[in-house]
Design a protein around this ligand. Structure first.
Ligand SMILES: Nc1nc2c(ncn2[C@@H]2O[C@H](COP(=O)(O)OP(=O)(O)OP(=O)(O)O)[C@@H](O)[C@H]2O)c(=O)[nH]1
Length: 207
């Protein structure tokens, strides 16, 4: 089988149970959404091939457990991450309040070389619910928190409708790339996933 030079970028997705981490990943990589909830146990990853400026990259995206009893299995995978995605549900205040704990726990477990400047991206998911009427966390509130933590890029998303999912992951990939040293690895040839053309709206990304 032919092989091409491409860089591996490792991304970790964290957040409370049920906020939609698995669904966001499934929508981005497989263009699928499932209404049924199945708790993630430990951690698992999916990959997606992406291209920036004529260079190929493999995004290795780790989906972790939000349920407390399954979390300890996931922390072992935090190390070596190039970007960390923090997800909350715009309809659940606690999931937003918990972002700080997720961020701090990540920095403790992953021990990045430059914790002050480690790239995070925040996603406020499920904006489709009840036509937006059940929302309890405004975009303004979320963005204020992101600014206070060093201008973390922020997106509101719907894994169900595919809203902003591609734009968010594009920003995630660019941020992961900023953190990655100039080191390349060989990976087997894989088929690129074709874009489905979902509607996108960037809320805050200075990528
Ligand atoms: N309406 C709506 N429902 C969503 C959305 N994203 C996820 N869900 C639903 O929310 C439930 C939980 O989604 P998951 O993706 O499993 O959540 P998770 O964060 O991976 O949960 P854990 O594995 O427990 O950490 C499922 O029933 C999904 O169908 C969304 O954008 N909109």
């Amino acid at each position: 089988m032919a092989s091409r030079r491409r860089m591996l970028l490792k991304v970790i997705i964290l957040g409370d149970s049920g906020v939609g981490k698995t669904s966001l990943l499934n929508q981005y990589v497989n263009r699928k959404f499932n209404n049924q909830y199945k708790a993630t146990i430990g951690a698992d990853f999916l990959t997606k091939e992406i291209q920036f400026e004529d260079r190929l990259f493999t995004l290795q995206i780790w989906d972790t457990a939000g349920l407390e009893r399954f979390q300890s299995l996931g922390v072992a995978f935090y190390r070596g991450a190039d970007c960390c995605v923090l997800v909350y549900d715009v309809n659940v205040a606690k999931s937003f309040d918990d972002l700080n704990n997720w961020r701090e726990e990540f920095l403790i477990q992953a021990t990045p070389s430059d914790p002050e400047n480690f790239p995070f991206v925040v996603l406020g998911n499920k904006v489709d619910l009840d036509g937006g009427n059940s929302r309890v966390i405004s975009e303004k509130t979320a963005m204020a928190w992101c600014v206070s933590k060093g201008n973390i890029p922020h997106f509101e998303t719907s894994a169900k409708e595919g809203f902003n999912v591609d734009a968010a992951f594009e920003c995630i990939a660019k941020n992961a790339l900023k953190n990655e040293p100039e080191e390349e690895i060989y990976l087997p040839e894989t088929i690129d996933v074709v874009d489905g053309g979902w509607p996108q709206k960037s809320t805050s990304c200075e990528c």
